[in-house]
Design a binder for this molecule. Structure first.
Ligand SMILES: Cc1cc2nc3c(=O)[nH]c(=O)nc-3n(C[C@H](O)[C@H](O)[C@H](O)COP(=O)(O)OP(=O)(O)OC[C@H]3O[C@@H](n4cnc5c(N)ncnc54)[C@H](O)[C@@H]3O)c2cc1C
Length: 325
């Protein structure tokens, strides 16, 4: 049997990272196309919750208890055990979510196993007996398709590039015992600091209110923030707003920013350029407010409101507050 496809699930304090459910769904499709087994693996101080969640997507999940990961940076703490398990079980490819921890882990595994890496996949298909990985390169100017020259490799997958769907029947979790292949230097965690208090990161958000050049400046973003708060959502932005220094790059959505998939995407003062559209077009419902009736976003928004965002957004926020109060 050719080497299995492994999904390395990321354990968080809340359970399984959402991106791991997307990677698992992607891997299931690749497993069908390649006729290879798909196996999940979770290594953490206590892998049980994340492993059970991953098993909703994949028939077999290996759970590695790594007690040393309790108060340490995850990647160097778990990489030695994962590498040892890969050497023992000989899978074909590893698929990992392209989160900060996922990227760290990929670097360690690549070095320990001597495997090649294809990063930030926007999509992966099985072609000619190998995974074909689509990547956006040169700041989004080109899309390339690459594969590995040998029979194994590591692929990191961009969050929100696949819609997660649980399998028709849940899989099984198998605890596995494996000693680290190597003791890596410990990186002790001193403190966890949330990037922005109280709001969900845009990759995970169910509701996003995004502002573009139309908000006019950093102060204009207070209107965006007010509406996001009224909706319990997170704030996003176009590159124009980020390049102008009105809002941090972490909030940028699009080809050179993040891909998001909220249930509701509310765009304020955003024209709808293709480089922005590719980052938000799979949102459940797109509502756009723009004073230009010919703005391109009107062509793909579900609801297009022609008007001044500085009148419309505060009015919606006030209405929402009055209903909830
Ligand atoms: C290689 C490359 C990569 C890129 N990557 C990204 C990316 O990742 N993300 C991204 O967003 N862009 C990206 N861009 C830039 C992209 O091409 C657009 O320039 C950008 O998305 C435009 O941002 P915007 O919609 O905020 O600004 P604009 O296109 O200037 O649109 C502003 C809109 O606001 C409206 N408006 C103005 N005032 C008001 C008001 N008071 N009320 C209501 N509406 C108002 C205007 O009618 C206009 O439609 C990239 C470009 C390149 C070349």
């Amino acid at each position: 049997m050719a080497g299995a496809l492994w999904v390395v699930g990321e354990a968080t304090s809340e359970g399984l990272a959402r991106v791991s459910t997307e990677v698992a769904t992607l891997a299931r499709g690749l497993g069908e196309a390649s006729k290879r087994d798909v196996v999940g693996v979770v290594a953490a101080a206590d892998p049980s919750t994340a492993a059970e969640e991953l098993a909703r997507y994949i028939p077999r999940v290996l759970a590695i208890a790594a007690p040393e990961a309790a108060d340490r940076s995850a990647a160097p703490a778990i990489a030695g055990r994962l590498a040892a398990l890969v050497e023992r079980e000989a899978p074909g490819h590893l698929l990992i979510g392209a989160t900060p921890d996922g990227r760290d882990l990929t670097g360690f595994l690549s070095a320990l196993l001597g495997w090649g890496v294809l990063v930030n996949a926007g999509s992966v298909e099985w072609t000619d007996g190998r995974p074909a990985v689509e990547q956006s390169v040169f700041g989004g100017k080109l899309l390339t398709t690459s594969t590995f020259t040998d029979d194994h490799g590591i692929i990191t997958v961009r969050p929100n590039s696949t819609t997660a769907e649980p399998a028709s029947s849940p899989g099984k979790v198998e605890p596995v015992d494996v000693a680290p292949s190597v003791e890596l230097p410990a990186v002790t965690l001193v403190e966890h600091v949330d990037e922005s208090s109280g709001t969900v990161p845009i990759e995970e958000a169910r509701v996003i209110v995004a502002g573009g050049r139309g908000v006019g400046g950093p102060d204009g973003f207070s209107v965006v923030e007010e509406l996001a708060a009224a909706l319990g959502g997170s704030v996003g932005a176009t590159r124009a707003a980020v390049d102008a220094g009105w809002i941090p790059f972490a909030q940028q959505i699009g080809q050179t920013g993040k891909i998001v998939k909220p249930d509701l995407y509310l765009a304020l003062g955003i024209s709808g350029a293709i480089q922005h559209k590719v980052g938000m077009q799979t949102a459940g419902t797109i509502v756009a407010v723009n004073r230009d009736p010919d703005a391109p976003i009107g062509e793909f928004a579900d609801l297009f409101v022609v008007g001044d965002l500085f009148e419309i957004a505060p009015a919606i926020a006030a209405e929402l507050r009055s209903r909830s109060g």
